[in-house]
Design a protein around this ligand. Structure first.
Ligand code: TYD
Length: 132
């Protein structure tokens, strides 16, 4: 089994609308050290194309949709994110590609570590060599 999973978040909904709460080490399985978001996306642009040696993330499509390709060096799987109440958990050493963004898709990302370019693996061959 690949080190990612789709997580259904508990929704507090009533006649006024809906709310989801995200809490470190409760429904988010790590300490949240960083939050970033992606917006103004375009359908013909691909993002990601990297893996992380030491980072866990949860990604939520707050608005719109996009497809994730997840690759552990043995298998490649495709997952659509298109709901604000579903989080995609991605663990360490998973190559990810994001594509087929809807116009103006908004991705919220919760990360277990501060930004560190040195812990990215941006070369696919290097990724494959690292997990052997
Ligand atoms: P990039 O890794 O290319 O984004 P994606 O994962 O969507 O492909 O990041 C885009 C730019 O933003 C790049 O110059 C690095 C910078 N960046 C930060 O400075 N801090 C961050 O937390 C992140 C995620 C990116």
């Amino acid at each position: 089994m690949m080190n990612y999973k789709l997580m259904n978040m508990k929704v507090f909904g009533d006649e006024r609308g809906k709310l989801v709460s995200l809490e470190s080490n409760k429904n988010i399985p790590f300490d949240i050290k960083r939050i970033y978001y992606i917006f103004d996306t375009l359908p013909d642009q691909v993002r990601g194309m990297h893996a992380h040696k030491n980072l866990e993330q949860i990604i939520i499509a707050m608005d719109g949709a996009c497809q994730f390709v997840l690759d552990d060096g043995k298998n490649r799987e495709e997952v659509w994110l298109n709901r604000p109440d579903v989080g995609l958990y991605i663990g360490k050493n998973i190559w990810r590609e994001m594509r087929h963004f809807s116009y103006g898709c908004k991705l919220l990302v919760l990360a277990s570590e501060y930004y560190d370019e040195n812990e990215y693996i941006r070369d696919y061959k290097e990724f494959l060599n690292g997990i052997k």
